[in-house]
Design a protein around this ligand. Structure first.
Ligand SMILES: [Ca+2]
Length: 407
């Protein structure tokens, strides 16, 4: 039994110590950041069973909830958001708009007794220390959004690029490093050669059975399919089998929405909007369809972007079984992306909407913490009402949802 404070960040330093190796300082000519954390290998020896922890300070931060461990004390925010409350306006000042709790883990390791009210000076001191740690480990600006944060673009090789050209089959590109075709207009063009015996197979896909898209030849006919979370598949299909020789098969999608830029304003109106797709063969439209809704956020993280075949699951089990390699010759596959941009007018409106959401008439004169707690209380109340009625699970969900929407 060991009681020293350790954190998950300590695992790597511990492994390095017990394996007797040093973390590399350079990898491929690039200086590495230090491995943070404190090895807990010292606790393995029986003689050190009661020795004080060597990990004396640790900050925590996730989606605007934060905490600090220091010398047995633990200061933390009182979590004010249920895990499934991922959408909507986020706490604009997660450092300060918080109820703080304080625990003395040396006496109360299960965090049962919140002693913040009795120790205001300690709370203030630890908050300052949290700020120092937060500066040191670059967690400012702290961001309390959830869904918006998940889909916010990270620095990657596709950033700022609008045209992608592939000249040979390639599979396994992760979602974060492949062209992102959600919430945008785009054109995919495949320059292919069909041999005399005909061809089939996947030209381009990303995602799989549970969401994604596929661009393929099925028994020689071109198909584009959007798999909407395995709940619906929207499919474009050419009527005619492609003849032997060179062809240009194209899918053009026009997105009708402001795009993910609205997320920066805590606003989801720009994503998952309708759009129109046109499938073309040698410049001629062979199928045109409107989609009433599109995938708003992400594709499966465990599926990849594949050219020339399909890895893991396929986007349409009814049509083919992966890997479904392309049996023609894929000379060139080009993706051109025309992302929506917010105009100055759009930004003005979004800023207005964000302000209204934060300062709406119902919530005037309340701090954000009070408002969040009010919502929490309301949900509890709705749940109690549902329990009193002995509803089945689906009816209960509906009841709570409708109850929450009432003023
Ligand atoms: Ca796949």
């Amino acid at each position: 039994m060991r009681e020293q404070f350790v954190h998950v960040i300590d695992v790597v330093p511990t492994l390095l110590e017990v394996a007797g190796i040093h973390a590399p300082e350079m990898v491929d000519g690039i200086k590495q950041m230090p491995v943070e954390g404190t090895s807990f290998a010292y606790t393995f020896d029986a003689e050190n069973a009661k020795t004080p922890t060597r990990h004396t300070t640790q900050y925590f931060e996730m989606m605007g909830q934060w905490a600090l461990y220091k010398d047995g004390w633990f200061l933390s925010t009182k979590v004010n958001r249920a895990p499934w409350e991922a959408f909507g306006p986020a706490n604009p000042d997660p450092l300060n708009n918080q109820v703080l709790q304080l625990y003395n883990l040396n006496e109360d390791f299960t965090q049962t007794n919140d002693i913040a009210a009795k120790n205001p000076d300690k709370v203030e001191e630890m908050k300052q220390e949290f700020i120092d740690e937060a500066r040191k480990y670059q967690i400012f600006p702290m961001d309390a959004s959830v869904a918006a944060r998940i889909v916010a673009p990270r620095p990657n090789i596709t950033a700022g690029r609008t045209e992608f050209v592939y000249t040979r089959p390639m599979v396994g590109l992760p979602q974060g490093d492949s062209p992102f075709l959600l919430n945008t207009s785009f054109v995919v063009t495949a320059d292919i050669d069909i041999p005399d015996q005909g061809a089939e197979g996947m030209m381009l896909t990303s995602g799989g059975r549970f969401a994604g898209y596929g661009f393929y030849l099925l028994k020689g006919k071109p198909v584009w399919v959007w798999n909407l979370l395995n709940m619906e598949r929207v499919k474009w299909e050419g009527e005619d089998t492609l003849t032997p020789g060179a062809h240009k098969v194209e899918f053009e999608f026009t997105y009708d929405g402001l795009g993910p830029g609205t997320l920066a304003f805590n606003n989801f109106s720009g994503v998952g909007r309708p759009g129109t797709g046109v499938l073309k063969v040698d410049g001629k439209a062979v199928d045109t369809k409107q989609m009433q809704k599109t995938l708003p956020m992400i594709l499966q993280w465990d599926e990849s972007f594949d050219v020339g075949s399909d890895t893991l699951t396929g986007v349409n089990d009814a049509d083919y079984k992966p890997p479904f390699p392309f049996t023609g010759k894929l000379n060139k596959l080009t993706i051109k992306i025309d992302r929506p941009h917010l105009t100055a007018e759009d930004i003005k409106k979004l800023q207005g909407a964000m302000k209204a959401a934060a300062d709406g008439p119902v919530s005037q004169n309340l701090t954000i913490v009070q408002r969040l707690e009010e919502r929490f209380d309301k949900r509890e109340d709705c749940r109690k009402q549902a329990d009193a009625q002995n509803l089945g699970p689906i009816e209960r969900l509906r009841f709570v949802r409708d109850c929450l929407q009432k003023d």
